[in-house]
Design a protein around this ligand. Structure first.
Ligand code: IMP
Length: 178
């Protein structure tokens, strides 16, 4: 499908399934070479948007690891509300662990800039941050982002876990607003 309507708005395909698979494979290879032989890392997925990316990434990892999800929300409709709400009171799990943070998209950077200092204040052994998408032009604060799969423009996107007001997460490709 090259065009879809999600919640009354028309979107066109931006990143195909094949492109997603190739980049996720490359990211998994990098993470495999970095963490094989280390103490088992903890992968922390940021909900809701990262669930599909996380599922596809972890199935390509070949070392022992544990997985946790936390929920952080800041978006309403197509723009950030400016208020980052975080549900995570699980800090003891982070002490001494190699933590890999998995984010769907870095846009203004406020979500990561709020979460990473909280994570680091609980003395993890190391922190590695990766995102599927990076809207570099929209960044408002500096953030730790060690790897990302795709650099995209400022346009709003849906699919592959990302939503427009709750809809569109189940689309297998990434679509951008037309
Ligand atoms: P940030 O805090 O502005 O970097 O935004 C991070 C969060 O905003 C992401 O985890 C997404 O949930 C959401 N977000 C940002 N841009 C988009 C978009 O284009 N489509 C859907 N969600 C987005």
């Amino acid at each position: 499908m090259t065009e879809v309507t999600v919640n009354g708005k028309v979107f066109q395909v931006l990143i195909s399934r094949k492109e997603l698979e190739e980049k996720i494979e490359a990211l998994a290879n990098l993470i495999n070479s970095k963490y094989s032989g280390e103490e088992p890392p903890l992968l922390v997925g940021i909900l809701n948007g990262s669930f599909i990316f996380m599922a596809d990434l972890v199935r390509r990892l070949h070392f022992p690891c544990t997985i946790q999800f936390i929920r952080i929300e800041s978006y309403t409709g197509m723009s950030t509300s400016g208020v980052v709400k975080m549900e995570a009171d699980v800090s003891p799990r982070w002490v001494g662990r190699h933590v890999i943070v998995i984010e769907d998209i870095v846009d203004t950077g406020h979500t990561l800039s709020r979460f990473i200092p909280v994570l680091k204040s609980h003395q993890p052994a190391s922190v590695f941050v990766c995102a599927l998408l990076f809207k570099k032009e929209a960044l408002e604060v500096s953030v730790q982002l060690d790897e990302y799969c795709f650099l995209i423009g400022r346009k709003f996107v849906v699919g592959y876990g990302l939503d427009y007001d709750g809809y569109g997460r189940n689309l297998p490709e990434i679509y951008q607003l037309k």
